[in-house]
Design a protein around this ligand. Structure first.
Ligand SMILES: Cc1ncc(COP(=O)(O)O)c(C=O)c1O
Length: 332
């Protein structure tokens, strides 16, 4: 299995993704032609931006956002239009704010639930209201990045616009992949699922850039998709226990604010009350690195200065030690 595969991926994998997608999004028309296999979810997003954005086109992105969205929009010649989602609103995107951000140049809206960096998942009502706004703007593509959808904690439901608003499916592209749920980040396999014409365009772009995703990794992804999801559920239960434990620990530190995540493996902390004179979130992260040896990502990278992101996808002992050091550095 050492040769090129079709640029859009091996038929077995495209079929398996389509079959799973038919079930998970209750989108029965999906077939292999609606799927392109990419080099991680990242390339799925990048192919999409290149396919739908012309120079000067606008893409609406809710902040805090995954770091690569605005940069990819810029690389495609587009203009990111950032719409903040405040922590007090549990980082739920606001439909009115979306409506205000849409202009005649808007070609794309990017949704991400559960979110990197907040771990927060969209409420059903949020998705319904966003869909109502988008219904009135037929020229706008909807990218829904659901790469963490299977890492959801107990009692939470994944609400996808692709399932809630089937009438918008002719312009919805789902981004998924094996990196997070199957813990296969290094294998670099992602998927885009959507209308055939845009998927064809994305595959054509891929055909002139990387060609197929690694042949062997595609076989591994196929095995992952066919495997029992009990492993994913066990992993998610571990993440949930860590999230709860971390939340209890961090609430001991005065002045830290955060929302307990619904899924994924991040905690997004408002550290604005803990910044020293003249310090911003980047300098705060440097201080924590130097004083406590703990790596955090500054919120400004996610469009949210004054915050920091903590990942708990590390070994339990490492997490316990990191929390102990962080609390010590914060005087708790
Ligand atoms: C929200 C989000 N989307 C997409 C990706 C890209 O995933 P991949 O590693 O499969 O390229 C990531 C990875 O961090 C992510 O957090």
């Amino acid at each position: 299995f050492t040769r090129y595969t079709p640029a859009a991926g091996i038929p077995e994998l495209r079929n398996a993704v389509a079959e799973q997608a038919c079930r998970d999004w209750q989108w029965p028309e999906l077939a292999a032609e609606n799927v392109v296999v990419t080099v991680g979810g990242k390339q799925a997003l990048f192919n999409l931006m290149l396919a739908v954005l012309n120079p000067g086109d606008e893409a609406v992105i809710f902040a805090p956002y995954w770091v690569s969205y605005p940069e990819m929009v810029r690389l495609a010649g587009g203009r990111p239009v950032i719409v903040p989602t405040p922590m007090d609103a549990r980082f739920q995107p606001n439909a009115e704010a979306l409506e205000k951000a849409i202009t005649p140049r808007t070609r794309l809206v990017i949704l991400n639930s559960p979110s990197n960096p907040t771990g927060v998942a969209f409420d059903r009502r949020t998705v319904e209201e966003l869909a109502d706004v988008l219904r009135a703007h037929p020229n706008v593509w909807i990218a829904t990045d659901e790469i963490y959808r299977k890492i959801l904690f107990s009692g939470r439901t994944h609400h996808s616009i692709a399932r809630i608003a089937p009438d918008l499916r002719d312009r919805i592209v789902i981004v998924d992949g094996v990196s997070k749920s199957w813990r296969m980040t290094g294998w670099r396999i992602g998927f885009a699922i959507g209308p055939r014409a845009v998927i064809r365009a994305m595959a054509a772009i891929q055909g002139q850039s990387t060609s197929n995703a690694c042949s062997i990794a595609q076989k591994a992804a196929l095995a992952a998709l066919r495997a029992d999801e009990a492993e994913i559920r066990a992993m998610t239960a571990q993440y949930e226990a860590r999230a709860k434990w971390l939340a209890t620990q961090l609430s001991k530190a005065p002045g830290l604010r955060f929302i307990e995540p619904d899924g994924a493996f991040y905690l997004f902390l408002d550290v604005s009350a803990r910044l020293q004179a003249g310090e911003d979130d980047v300098a705060f992260c440097t201080r924590m690195l130097e004083e406590a040896g703990v790596g955090l990502v500054p919120g400004s990278a996610f469009g949210m200065p004054g915050f920091v992101r903590l990942s708990f996808a590390v070994a339990e002992e490492t997490l316990r030690e990191a929390a102990r050091r962080l609390l010590h550095a914060l005087g708790a």
